[in-house]
Write a protein that binds this ligand. Structure first.
Ligand code: MG
Length: 159
C-alpha cells in the first residue's frame, strides 16, 4: 500500500472583529483572524497538507482569494473539498497531525472538539486526528501575540 505524506503551513494575524474559529470551533478571544476566508488556519494548513500529499497543488490554486466566491468562506468546506479531491485521485486519508503555535488563547481546552470536527470533515476516526499546541516563548511576531501559525502533516494511502 503506497503511502504519501504532505506538509502544510498557515499563519494569520489577529485583529479581525469576528469570532476566532479554528478547526471549525468558535473560541472566545478578543479578536478573530484576519483573512479573506474565515481565517481558520488549522483547516488551511491541513488542506495544504492533504493536497500536498497527493501533489495536487495548494489551497491558493484551488480556492483563490481573488475569487469572491471564497470571501468569508467556511474553511471547513475547503478542507472537505481537498479530501474529496484526493479521494477522486484514488487516495484515502490515513491520518493528520497539526501543531498550533500561539501565545493566546489556550488551545488545550478545545483540542477534543477540534479532533471530533476534523474526524467528521475527513471521515476519519478520532484516533487518526491529532492536534497539539505550543507557545512561541515570546519570540518573534507569533510570540508577541500578533498572530498564530499552524504546521500540519497528512498521510494518504492508495491501494
Ligand atoms: Mg490561511
Amino acid at each position: 500500500m503506497p503511502q504519501r505524506f504532505g506538509l502544510g503551513y498557515d499563519s494569520h494575524r489577529f485583529g479581525a472583529q469576528r469570532p476566532l474559529i479554528l478547526a471549525g470551533v468558535t473560541i472566545e478571544h478578543e479578536s478573530g483572524l484576519v483573512g479573506h476566508s474565515d481565517g481558520d488556519a488549522i483547516c488551511h494548513a491541513l488542506t495544504d497538507a492533504i493536497l500536498g500529499a497527493a501533489a495536487l497543488g495548494d489551497i491558493g490554486s484551488h480556492f483563490p482569494d481573488s475569487d469572491p466566491k471564497w470571501a468569508g468562506a467556511d474553511s471547513t468546506r475547503l478542507l472537505r473539498a481537498a479530501a474529496e479531491m484526493v479521494r477522486s485521485d484514488g487516495y484515502e486519508v490515513v491520518n493528520v497531525d497539526a501543531t498550533v503555535v500561539t501565545e493566546a488563547p489556550r488551545i488545550g481546552p478545545h483540542v477534543e472538539k477540534m479532533r471530533d470536527n476534523l474526524a467528521a470533515y475527513l471521515s476519519l476516526s478520532r484516533d487518526a486526528v491529532s492536534i497539539k499546541a505550543k507557545s512561541n516563548e515570546g519570540m518573534d511576531s507569533v510570540g508577541q501575540g500578533k498572530g498564530l501559525a499552524v504546521f500540519a502533516v497528512a498521510s494518504l494511502s492508495r491501494d
